[in-house]
Design a protein around this ligand. Structure first.
Ligand code: XIL
Length: 589
């Protein structure tokens, strides 16, 4: 895939644990409810919903797939700086349930306007886990046209992909090609225009029995997916399909949870006793749409969401003229369907920028224009639907008073980029509350003082700034204890005294290697102490955590996929931890 590696090939290999895999699979299976098309005949999957796939457009002849070149750019300190391809997945489209032997057939057609473009169709037996610095692959087969070859790539979620290439017939260039992938026993049979070209061992890529689809083309290129069918190969086998539905919590589900009656959920307690304070969490689109338990806890316990990565620049704006809104839209639609507020994240940041922004030789004026246009488009799209935004993220050096100078925004505008971004966001949605968000601000000290001075000066200039987000990514270990709640309380007060709103925006409490019972209790007490200080301050608008379940936590290290993070309030099995119950208790008062 041109300059983008298809898979992260860092030295250490990803190891999926049985536990993690089971979650995704079970979740997906649960989503497949009534209304299935069940048939031993051919099912045309293009009749399902392809309108929510980024880069796809329904046309008379099929689905036109445009290459967005969406990729995850590693952070500056990573050894390997090659971006990792992050092609769109049709999370709200067809989900196929398969049993036994079956065949998937696709007609891939190059367009006259771009006869040499590469075309890819990926079938996922397990979805990847995407963070914004890495992507842990799931299990998948990719069928692709590259130059004069059919490419078949098997990804088992652990090793580098196994890649095969077969020559295409001459006519394929102009007329397109029928490609089939049949699973027969423990082998895949590959056909081109009805001729078998290969038998490949299947390492169990579709053992989950639930298949998802994704499609992409070479960056700046396009192709036509003319048909995509599925068929069971014998009487004992089965293939059914249904569009994945946006999960909505039913009253019954709200009532029955291990955490107690609906009236005791975090959001209901907050709504009853502390209605100015939203209880929030970061949210990712893949688990939201594939793990029903995740969606259920989310809707039940929280009344505010922050898209964890889906609105970051490299995800939502992968090419100069193209946006990929699907994942962000899904989170916004879900929040609205479940009566939750939305906090947007984030517009002007020095990280998560696509290469087209950081590596093109733009004039200052052009870069300024890029930021303005980006803010107008993203904020404008969700105008009236997103109540507040992290307009500027992490403007300061990690632990100092200096502004970060590395971002292109700083480089063209200096400190003024902050006011510029806030004004552009305000123009795009005058009702939205606009925040600056950063970490290591909870202690009074040089960084917090600098933020205070910045906020004060912006307000004095009449810049539309409404609040400060305190991330509160905390660590709790033998050698380190996080800031005391009373210290944070006093520090936050001076921001409130400026007339600003404040929010805890990304709290997690990492226990590192020691998650003994004792530590879990300390974690619980600490969470509670921070929530308590927010409860009765009208200026405190949200108590928001950076995820809620350790299963998909950003504290899960990419090199240790066997492990999970331990900083959130539900464990990797989605069970409430002491921290959950301590928040519940605090909200009862
Ligand atoms: C994190 C995401 O959660 C991860 O998926 C990603 O790998 C790194 O970024 N401060 C922020 C968030 O403002 O955007 C960061 O999110 C965590 C720190």
């Amino acid at each position: 895939m041109d300059d983008i590696m298809r898979v992260n090939s860092r030295e250490k290999r990803y190891r999926w644990s049985g536990r993690a895999r089971k979650g995704l699979v079970l979740g997906a299976a649960l989503l497949l409810g009534a209304g299935c098309v069940n048939s031993s005949d051919k099912i045309e999957l293009l009749d399902q919903d392809w309108t929510h796939l980024a880069g796809a457009e329904r046309v008379d002849e099929g689905v036109r797939i445009e290459g967005l070149g969406r990729a995850i750019v590693p952070t500056d300190d990573a050894d390997d700086q090659t971006p990792v391809a992050n092609p769109p997945i049709n999370l709200r489209g067809p989900v196929l349930r398969v049993k036994g032997d079956f065949v998937l057939s696709a007609r891939l057609s190059r367009l006259e306007s771009s006869p040499n473009d590469s075309a890819y169709l990926t079938i996922y037996g397990e979805l990847p886990l995407t963070q914004d610095e890495w992507r842990q692959e799931g299990r998948a087969v990719t069928l692709g046209l590259e130059d004069n070859d059919l490419i078949v790539e098997l990804q088992d979620g652990i090793d580098d992909p196994e890649r095969h290439a077969y020559p295409l017939p001459g006519s394929a260039r102009s007329q397109g090609v029928d490609v089939s992938l049949a699973r027969i026993g423990d082998r895949f049979s590959i056909q081109i225009n009805d001729e078998t070209v290969a038998l490949i061992d299947d390492p169990g890529l579709f053992d989950s029995g639930v298949l998802w689809f994704g499609a992409s083309a070479r960056k700046d290129g396009e192709y036509l997916l003319k048909s995509l069918t599925a068929r069971a190969l014998d009487k004992r086998s089965e293939v059914t399909v249904v569009d994945n539905q946006m999960p909505v919590l039913s009253a019954e589900e709200e009532e029955s949870a291990p955490t107690g009656p609906a009236t005791a959920s975090l959001r209901r307690l907050a709504e009853k006793n502390h209605s100015q304070l939203h209880i929030g969490t970061a949210v990712a689109a893949i688990p939201l749409l594939s793990d029903q338990e995740y969606a259920r806890i989310l809707a039940r316990e929280f009344n505010m969401v922050t898209p964890e990565n889906a609105m970051k620049f490299q995800f939502i704006h992968p090419r100069p003229e193209r946006y990929a809104f699907a994942d962000a839209d899904a989170i916004v639609d879900f929040a609205e369907a479940n009566d939750m507020a939305i906090h947007g994240h984030t517009l002007a940041w020095k990280e998560a920028l696509p290469r087209w922004v950081t590596e093109t030789d733009y004039t200052d004026q052009q870069l300024k224009q890029i930021l303005a246009e980006h803010i107008a488009t993203v904020v404008g799209r969700y105008k009236g639907r997103i109540q507040s935004w992290d307009v500027v993220n992490e403007p300061f050096e990690p632990f100092g008073a200096e502004l970060r100078t590395g971002s292109p925004w700083y480089q063209v505008m200096g400190e003024d980029y902050i006011a510029f971004a806030l004004k552009e966001a305000h123009r795009a949605d005058p009702e939205a509350k606009l925040y600056i968000n950063d970490y290591a601000l909870e202690d009074p000290g040089p960084k917090s003082d600098a933020m205070y001075a910045l906020a004060k000066s912006l307000l004095a200039q009449g810049v539309p700034l409404h609040g400060i987000g305190f991330q509160m990514h905390e660590d709790m270990t033998d050698d380190y204890q996080p800031v005391e709640a009373s210290v944070f309380r006093d520090n936050v007060q001076r921001f409130i005294d400026l007339g600003l709103e404040v929010r805890v925006s990304e709290m997690d409490v990492n226990l590192q290697e020691d998650d003994s019972e004792e530590r879990l209790q300390q974690q619980a007490d600490y969470y509670r102490s921070i929530l308590e200080l927010a409860l009765d301050k009208p200026a405190f608008t949200a108590f928001s955590m950076w995820g809620f379940t350790d299963r998909y936590s950003s504290l899960q290290e990419w090199w240790d996929a066997d492990g999970f993070g331990n900083g959130l309030i539900f464990d990797a099995e989605h069970q409430p931890k002491p921290a959950y119950f301590s928040l519940q208790e605090a909200l009862k008062e």
